[in-house]
Design a protein around this ligand. Structure first.
Ligand code: NAD
Length: 371
C-alpha cells in the first residue's frame, strides 16, 4: 500500500517535470546573453529580444538607449544652500483674493472668531496661508525668526484687508512674534506672548521650514541637524505647545502641518535626502498626533505641496535654469503651483468644513505624486 502510493507520487512528479525539461532543452540551444545574471530565463520568451524587452530588467544597462532613467536620478553636482536673508526678496500679501462678495458658500468654511498662528508666516507659503485665515474671518499671529519681515507682513495683511473691505466694521487683529521654532524655550515664549495678546489660539499652521540641496555624502552634518531641527523639531514643538494649550482650555482645535510631496516621493534631479526624510516625518507626525489627540477634539492634518513658485524655489530655478523644464515635465498638470493655490486647502482644514477630517495628507501638487 505504502509502496504503490510512493510509485504514484514518483510518476506524478516525473510528469510535472517533463514540460519544464523540454523547454530547458530548447533554451539551452540559445547562446547565453546575460552572463552576469542569475535570473531564470522565461520559457515562453523567444530568444531574439525585441526593443521593448531591452527596456526591461532583462536588458543590459543602456541597451534601450541612453535616455534610460535620465529623469529618475539625482545629480550630485546640484547644490543649493539656503540663502542669507538679504538675498531673498520679501513676499507681499496677494491682491484680489479677499473682500466682500455675494457668492453663496458654506458657512462652515468661516473662521470668524478664531485665532490662528502661522509659523514661518513672514513670507512665502506661510504668509499667503495667513492671509487665507484672515480673509476667512480669523485673527492671526505670525510667528517667524525674521522679526522685521514678520512685522511688515502683519501690517501688509491689515492694509490689504482694509483696501479690499472698505467700511468693514471689524478690522482683524494681525500680530507678529519672534520665534526660532527649533528651540523649545523660544516656542513657549512666543506662544505665551500670543495668548497674552489674543487671549487664545484655535488654529495652528506650521509653515516654518526650508530645503537645501547637497548630495548625501557631502551634506554637512551641522546643516543636516539644522534642517531637521527647523522642519521636524520645530513642527513637533509648536504642535505640542498648541495642543497643550487647547487641552488646558478644554477647547477643540485644528492643526495643519505643512509637509511636502517630498515626504512621499524622491525629487529628481536635485539631491535632498534629509529634506525628504524630514517631510515624511512631518506627514507621519500629523497622523500620529491626530490619533493621540482625537479624544480632545484636536484635529491634525498635513498639506503636502508640490513645486510652488516662492522666492526660494525661484532662486533654485535661477541657479539651475534647466530644472524648470525637468520639473514641469514631471507634473501631470504641466505647471508649478502658486502660493495662492494653498488658500482653499488651509481654510478647509482649519475650519469646521473638515470636522471629520483628521490624520489626512492633502496633496496640492498638480498630481505629481500620482505618477
Ligand atoms: N515652496 C515650495 O515649493 C514648497 C513645496 C513643498 C513644501 N514647502 C514647505 O512649505 C514651507 C514654507 O516654504 P516657503 O517656500 O514658503 O519658504 P520661505 O523660505 O519663503 O518661508 C519660510 C519662512 O520660515 C521662516 N523660518 C525659517 N526658519 C525658521 C525658524 N527656525 N523659526 C521660525 N521661522 C523660521 C523664514 O524666516 C521664512 O519666513 C516649508 O516648510 C517648505 O518646506 C515648500
Amino acid at each position: 500500500m505504502f509502496r504503490s502510493h510512493l510509485v504514484r507520487q514518483v510518476v506524478r512528479a516525473a510528469r510535472v517535470q517533463a514540460p519544464r525539461a523540454a523547454s530547458k532543452t530548447k533554451q539551452q540551444a540559445v547562446p547565453p546573453t546575460r552572463q552576469f545574471s542569475s535570473a531564470p530565463r522565461r520559457f515562453d520568451k523567444e530568444p531574439d529580444r525585441d526593443n521593448v524587452d531591452a527596456a526591461t530588467t532583462s536588458g543590459e544597462p543602456g541597451e534601450s538607449g541612453d535616455h534610460e532613467g535620465q529623469y529618475a536620478r539625482t545629480k550630485d553636482d546640484i547644490r543649493v544652500e539656503y540663502p542669507e536673508e538679504e538675498d531673498l526678496p520679501p513676499s507681499m500679501p496677494v491682491q484680489g483674493r479677499g473682500g466682500f462678495h455675494f457668492k453663496r458658500t458654506l458657512a462652515a468654511f468661516s473662521l470668524e472668531g478664531r485665532v490662528g498662528v502661522v509659523t514661518g508666516g513672514a513670507r512665502g507659503l506661510g504668509l499667503v496661508m495667513a492671509q487665507a485665515l484672515v480673509t476667512s474671518g480669523a485673527d492671526v499671529a505670525i510667528v517667524d525668526m525674521n522679526r522685521d519681515e514678520a512685522q511688515r507682513s502683519a501690517q501688509g495683511l491689515i492694509d490689504t484687508f482694509k483696501a479690499e473691505n472698505p467700511g468693514a466694521d471689524k478690522i482683524p487683529k494681525v500680530t507678529a512674534h519672534f520665534c526660532d521654532v527649533s528651540s523649545p524655550t523660544s516656542v513657549n515664549q512666543s506662544l505665551a506672548e500670543i495668548i497674552k495678546v489674543h487671549g487664545k489660539v484655535d488654529n495652528l499652521v506650521t509653515s516654518a521650514g526650508f530645503t537645501e540641496n547637497y548630495d548625501a555624502i557631502s551634506y554637512p552634518y551641522d546643516r543636516m541637524q539644522k534642517l531637521w531641527g527647523v522642519n521636524v523639531d520645530g513642527t513637533y514643538l509648536y504642535a505640542v505647545a498648541v495642543g497643550k494649550h487647547l487641552m488646558e482650555r478644554n477647547a477643540p482645535g485644528s492643526i495643519v502641518m505643512i509637509g511636502s510631496m517630498s515626504g512621499s516621493i524622491v525629487n529628481v534631479p536635485q539631491p535632498q535626502a534629509p529634506y525628504n526624510a524630514a517631510k515624511a516625518a512631518v506627514r507621519h507626525l500629523a497622523s500620529s498626533l491626530a490619533v493621540e489627540w482625537a479624544h480632545a477634539g484636536i484635529r491634525v492634518n498635513c498639506i503636502s505641496p508640490g513645486y510652488m513658485l516662492t522666492a526660494l524655489t525661484k532662486k533654485i530655478l535661477d541657479d539651475n535654469p534647466d530644472l524648470q523644464k525637468q520639473w514641469t515635465s514631471l507634473i501631470p498638470v504641466g505647471k508649478m503651483g502658486r502660493p495662492e493655490d494653498l488658500m482653499g486647502a488651509v481654510t478647509f482644514l482649519a475650519s469646521d468644513a473638515s470636522l471629520y477630517v483628521t490624520g489626512a495628507d492633502l496633496r496640492v501638487d498638480g498630481a505629481y505624486t500620482c505618477t
